[in-house]
Design a protein around this ligand. Structure first.
Ligand code: MUC
Ligand code: MG
Length: 366
């Protein structure tokens, strides 16, 4: 069974709650839906979030690289030749989320052809993922009110606090108010999206040392290698690589050169095939991982659930899976639900990324 056609469909859905963070902000999801049709008429789907401030991709660049570069080289390959597809896409550097979505849409086809949920094909470790919710920049009391509401409504008990602001006291206060209001058993960690220098991050770690924060993600620019290494060596909590580890090679390099000692894995950028290789590397090296969020739609989030639940190593920690709740609408045909702090893996052949075609018609940009 061959890849007959690959389409990149741009669409726009506003956020009801825009998210602000140190490297940018989102007000509308101007994403790209990838549709792959096989020679037998099986259709696979995946979502692609353009993040110019993280990967340099835009909605237009994603459409262009998929339609002009990937599609002509991939069409005609067997759907089962996943490594060939990886090798074809690897010839083009960067374009992380475009590659990730093509891979996920291919896996969706595979699952549908074999009549099995893709989580089983990947590893089949669990039927669910615990959920971590990401809190964007807001005044401390508003953050606490929101976290309490999410805990009450969805049972979510793990929160990622977006940090990286100046003055540093804004984030130190936010972390303190959250810890005092949520109690000691709720997991809280920070993500600064490179907003601080290494020295500023060290100061925040000193000022929050009594708060039981579990780790700090991307405190500063990892390319400033000596500062980052000094921070990783001195920090009492793990320093996680997210955007400094956007692919397998860079994940390995960050860990092996002391730029991080924890890895964020995002299916939005490394799909399932490359994400599984990162997880294998991390597990072998004794490095923990967690499933991160690219401010994903439900179509993006279900892929993260399917992947995270497939492996013991990714299932250990809560995955960032709930920020689709900030969107005004969603394309997914079979909406996700969060209960008791968990999302169940959809029991359907494929990934569960099928869109509602009427909604797609209403939101597509062309
Ligand atoms: C994160 O973990 O950095 C910020 C931008 C984006 O696309 O995802 C986030 C979350
Ligand atoms: Mg991050």
């Amino acid at each position: 069974m061959q890849i007959a056609q690959i389409e990149a469909i741009p669409y726009t859905i506003p956020y009801s709650t825009p998210l602000h963070f140190a490297s940018g902000a989102v007000h509308e999801a101007n994403h790209v839906l990838v549709r792959i049709e096989t020679s037998d008429g099986v259709v696979g789907w995946a979502d692609t979030p353009p993040r110019p401030y993280t990967y340099g991709e835009t909605q237009k660049s994603i459409v262009a690289v998929i339609e002009d570069i990937f599609a002509p080289q991939l069409e005609g390959l067997s759907v089962f030749d996943r490594e060939k597809a990886q090798a074809v896409m690897a010839r083009t550097i960067h374009n992380e989320t475009a590659k990730g979505a093509v891979d996920i849409a291919l896996w969706d086809c595979l699952g549908k052809i074999l009549g099995r949920p893709v989580t089983e094909l990947l590893g089949g470790f669990s039927d669910h993922m615990r959920v971590s919710h990401m809190l964007g920049f807001k005044p401390a009391q508003e953050l606490l009110d929101l976290a309490l509401e999410f805990r009450e409504t969805y049972g979510i008990d793990t929160f990622k606090l977006k940090t990286g602001r100046r003055p540093l006291s804004l984030d130190v206060e936010a972390a303190r108010v959250l810890r005092e209001g949520l109690g000691e058993d709720t997991e809280i960690y920070m993500d600064s999206n490179r907003g601080w220098s290494a020295n500023e991050a060290a100061e925040v770690l000193r000022r929050t040392a009594d708060l039981g924060l579990s780790f700090l993600e991307e405190p500063d620019d990892a390319r400033e290698v000596l500062g980052r290494r000094r921070l990783v060596e001195k920090s009492a909590i793990p320093i996680a690589a997210d955007e400094s580890a956007p692919n397998m090679g860079e994940a390995a390099r960050e860990i092996l050169t002391g730029g991080a000692n924890l890895l964020c894995v995002k299916t939005a950028r490394t799909g399932f095939t490359e994400s599984a290789k990162i997880v294998g590397f991390a597990q072998a090296a004794g490095v923990d991982v967690y499933v991160g969020n690219q401010i994903d739609t439900q179509i993006g989030s279900v892929a993260s659930v399917v992947f995270g639940a497939a492996f013991e190593h990714t299932h250990r920690r809560a995955g960032e899976l709930s920020n689709y709740l900030d969107m005004a609408d969603d394309l997914i045909a079979r909406p996700l639900t969060i209960a008791d702090g968990k999302i169940m893996v959809p029991d359907v052949p494929g990934v569960g990324t099928e869109p509602d075609l009427e909604k797609l018609a209403a939101h597509r940009d062309r």
